[in-house]
Ligand binder design. Structure first.
Ligand code: NAP
Length: 303
């Protein structure tokens, strides 16, 4: 199937382009970006021009930051194309609801991707937890924003979500593996005095579930989830790629090596079966934190 990739930036180059190239399902037929291009692929700088010029391209994958993404997704669906959204799927919940409804009305596939759910340990963790009682869960998601988002000021602008840009990956895993849903009780959000979005957040959910997100961690990076049950402890570490039960490593064998190849395989299945996958549970928790959280002003941040 022919696909156009929109927004040729960090994640498009790091993950999307190699995953599409390695996939038997997809042919990267065009790119749309104001500056970025991919060698050997027809490049457009205007999205509507591409939609008009290439009616043969049936699927659009949007790798833009969340704020500009809605207009592109809406235009693609109105032009009769299936759409794949990077995470988080939009700047607001309401705009993703609108896209979901539009896709349904048009009879098209909309896939709100959560790449961390494709990490190797996530499905076996979900299977082990099924039917168990969670007595406590702790998320520690601490990384260096300068390393992972060098110079990307959009993450600190409204809609960029600040530390929830990585934190939502942890929440996408949590909402996939917990046997029963939880809801936010309170949150503390630390926002640099010169920025609009948090650089750190502490969240407390029902069910004794907590999260500690911080974007100021230099040195070793931490992406860990620990879950206690009466049957023992589950440790999902390294962003969901390593799983241990009661301290014993569980061998995980993903069907496809890597999160993004698995996302593209899933998108191929959704298009072939005429279905959509739009789960907003991770984003509901972020919206709740930004609604209910206590905002604390902290030291200015500069890249
Ligand atoms: P990025 O490199 O800053 O932006 C991607 C591209 O989007 C840019 O190269 C730019 O291309 C285009 N763009 C940016 N602002 C735009 C605007 N206002 N209007 C139109 N186009 C615009 O961002 P990224 O790191 O790739 O992240 C993109 C998405 O992927 C985010 O939702 C992020 O959460 C997700 N993601 C990122 C990572 C990561 O490691 N960075 C990992 C997983 C997921 P042109 O200037 O050429 O048009």
């Amino acid at each position: 199937m022919k696909l156009a990739l929109v927004g040729i930036g960090k994640i498009a180059r790091d993950q999307h382009v190699p995953s599409i190239a390695a996939s038997p399902d997809w042919d990267l037929a065009a790119t749309v970006s104001r500056q970025g291009t991919v060698d050997g692929v027809e490049a457009f700088s205007d999205f509507k021009t591409m939609l008009a010029a290439r009616p043969d391209i049936g699927v659009i994958s949007l790798c833009l930051p969340p704020v500009p993404r809605f207009d592109y997704a809406q235009a693609a669906l109105l032009a009769g194309r299936h759409v794949m959204l990077e995470k988080p799927p939009g700047a607001t919940l309401a705009e993703v609801h609108a896209l979901r409804d539009l896709a349904e009305a048009q009879g098209l596939t909309l896939y709100a991707t959560w790449h961390s759910r494709m990490a190797a340990g996530v499905a076996p963790a979900r299977d082990w937890l099924a039917g168990k009682t969670v007595t406590e869960a702790r998320i520690t998601w601490r990384e260096d924003v300068r390393k992972w988002h060098p110079g990307q000021d959009w993450v600190f602008e409204p809609g960029g979500m600040g530390v929830f840009d990585p934190g939502i990956n942890a929440l996408s895993i949590l909402t996939e593996i917990l046997p029963a849903p939880v809801h936010l009780l309170h949150a503390r959000l630390e926002t640099p005095e010169n920025r609009a979005t948090p650089i750190a957040a502490k969240l407390q959910f029902s069910g004794n579930v907590s999260a500690d997100f911080d974007w100021r961690q230099e040195g070793p990076q931490t992406w860990d989830i620990t879950i206690d049950t009466p049957e023992g402890r589950l440790d999902l570490t390294e962003g969901g790629s390593r799983l241990a039960i009661n301290g014993q490593t569980v061998e995980t064998r993903p069907a496809l090596s890597g999160e993004y190849p698995a996302l593209y395989a899933r998108m191929a299945d959704l298009v072939r079966t005429g279905t959509s996958d739009v789960d907003l549970a991770p984003m509901v928790h972020v919206a709740d934190a930004l609604t209910l959280g206590r905002h604390i002003s902290v030291a200015p941040f500069h890249f």
